[in-house]
Design a protein around this ligand. Sequence first.
Ligand SMILES: Nc1nc2c(ncn2[C@@H]2O[C@H](COP(=O)(O)OP(=O)(O)O)[C@@H](O)[C@H]2O)c(=O)[nH]1
Ligand SMILES: [Mg+2]
Length: 361
Amino acid sequence: MIMNIGIIGLEKSGKTTIYNAITGFNVSLDMYNETKKEPNIALVDVPDTRIEILAQIYQPQKVTYGKIGFLDFTGLKSSDTGKGLFSSASMELIKNCDALALVLRNFSNEILDATISPPDPLKDMEVIRSELVLSDLVIIEKRLERIQADIRRGKSTPVLLKEQKLLEKIDEVLTADDSIHSLGFNPEERKMLSGFRFLTLKPLFIILNSDEQSYNKNNELIQTIEQTSHVIEFAGNVEMELSLLEPEESKEFMDHMGIPESARQRLITFAFDLLGYMSFFTVGKDEVRAWTIKKGDTALDAAGVIHSDLARGFIRAECFSFDSLIEYSSEEGVRKNGKWRLEGKEYIVQNGDILSIRFSV
Ligand SMILES: Nc1nc2c(ncn2[C@@H]2O[C@H](COP(=O)(O)OP(=O)(O)O)[C@@H](O)[C@H]2O)c(=O)[nH]1
Ligand SMILES: [Mg+2]
């Protein structure tokens, strides 16, 4: 199970530029003619210095970082907004993303300013937001019509009536342009809604794509965005160029620009915090590997991330933490100090746990 983050936004907001900066790829930006309909998709290593330390300790044949997926979509033309379309092919993929990163253009460009408009990130944010709301409203209204038809035909059930009530409530909130999150669904409701994959229910954060002159100086704008959303600022163009340089070379530029870490590092750290993702490890002579799970996931969930067989035949998880390994220098030290444990299915995995699943199938 790999988390996928969909990079969305209006055309020419810098999505592909940022995608390149994060992935280190060099996908053509194709300024004037964007005909490609499928998204660019990349699996990116999750930077984690703990993996390097584990590799030194275990000297494995193979080292595997955690992975996170990024999808770069063809942008929505401003002239197309309000019609409830992202293009239905893109929409299917966007719906499957675990989170959305919305890129806002905060740079001027002679051609873009003339052909589209001067940059207006707050307006663009509203435009895309409305687009997400509209997409959900279309789904809700279709479903409500079907429910009403079923009820008319005498097929009413308590569950159906509950669903109707819930969807009507969401419809009302979305139509009033309020956040769907304000409704605070209970587990039963969440289950009822999961099949719809509503876009407005997805975690969303803003990537403010600023030109290099204003980068780091947009405090007021960022504060305004922060009233409704989490936001991270990038100087897309520069960061894309930096991602193509050797680390030592890029360091100097980054210091000069006041960019603390690479775009990949910053975006992934930001997304992990925001989305509640974390890593656990498996270690051995053959492979040291990081895996991504969510805070609150159990040992059984973790086993399932490694392989469905491990979840099916789960017996126990052998477990110790990365920190105790460092503290006591070796697995033997960890055991001697009573920090090596056997955990059951329900154990809540902690960030940095080193797991070995006992199983039988
Ligand atoms: N000045 C400046 N130009 C940018 C920046 N990011 C992207 N661009 C330019 O804006 C144009 C559109 O970028 P692109 O990444 O293709 O946008 P997309 O349509 O959202 O994928 C390209 O010419 C980029 O070079 C930026 O941060 N600063
Ligand atoms: Mg693009």
